[in-house]
Ligand binder design. Structure first.
Ligand SMILES: [Zn+2]
Length: 226
């Protein structure tokens, strides 16, 4: 092969390499396949039920919106509201243990009292729904080292919260205030666990729920249950 042709081939090869480097660099900077952006998740959690009216209204909204949520149950509030509890289970929501009696002094008085409270609530849920709960939420919140260790031994996953609608603190709060508090306390959090209550006196919570769902959806959030 004449020397001139050899140079031409080499030059063409160099151009090809330069082009490859250029495009592979571009591909690294701008991937051809963009993976779906990690979604911001909102866990709607309801404590202190079941109640007839408020839980029922919340379930209606969740059904309409196609959302699954999590309910932390008070065992002593089940009698007479078995149908409400069965509905929570039948509609695919997650049920957790909150407390049998929800009396702080009693629950936290000793390890034995705590264990009995958890077991009584779990049994009450199981009797009505056939479900053995695997998640737990502390009544009144706060950290309880001794009880946390015990719960782990009993096989429970403890669920905390990092946002509140504020219904627990102020029963007279109107729905707009609950919406505002939900958004403000959830701000900047990638995974939001929102504390709400479905007790009989939390009618404002049920009223605020559609607007809370709408607002989080507008922020691009997806809803999950534990
Ligand atoms: Zn509670």
């Amino acid at each position: 092969m004449p020397k001139r042709n050899q140079y031409l081939i080499l030059a063409a090869f160099a151009v090809l390499l330069a082009l490859l480097a250029h495009f592979s660099g571009r591909m690294a900077a701008e991937p051809a396949f963009t993976f779906a952006k990690e979604e911001r998740e909102v866990y709607l959690t309801f404590d202190d039920g079941p109640s007839t009216r408020v839980t029922g209204s919340i379930l209606d909204t969740l059904k309409k919106e196609g959302i699954k949520a999590t309910f932390f149950i008070v065992g002593e509030r089940i009698p007479g509201r078995e149908e409400v509890l069965r509905r929570i289970a039948a509609e695919g929501h997650t049920i957790g243990v909150h407390s049998q009696g929800h009396r702080y002094k009693e629950i936290y008085s000793s390890e034995e009292a705590f264990r009995k409270d958890v077991e009584a609530c779990s049994r009450a849920i199981e009797k009505v729904t056939g479900i053995t709960p695997g998640i737990y939420r502390f009544p009144g919140g706060g950290r309880h080292a001794r009880e946390e260790a015990l719960l782990k031994k009993m096989g429970y996953r403890i669920v905390w919260w990092n946002a509140v609608c504020g219904d627990g603190e102020d029963l007279s709060a109107p729905p707009e205030q609950l919406l505002r508090s939900s958004l403000e306390t959830a701000k900047g959090k990638k995974r939001v666990v929102l504390l709400m209550h479905d007790r009989a006196d939390c009618t404002a919570t049920a009223k605020a729920l559609p607007a809370i769902i709408k607002a989080f959806r507008e922020e691009g959030c997806v809803f999950r249950a534990f």
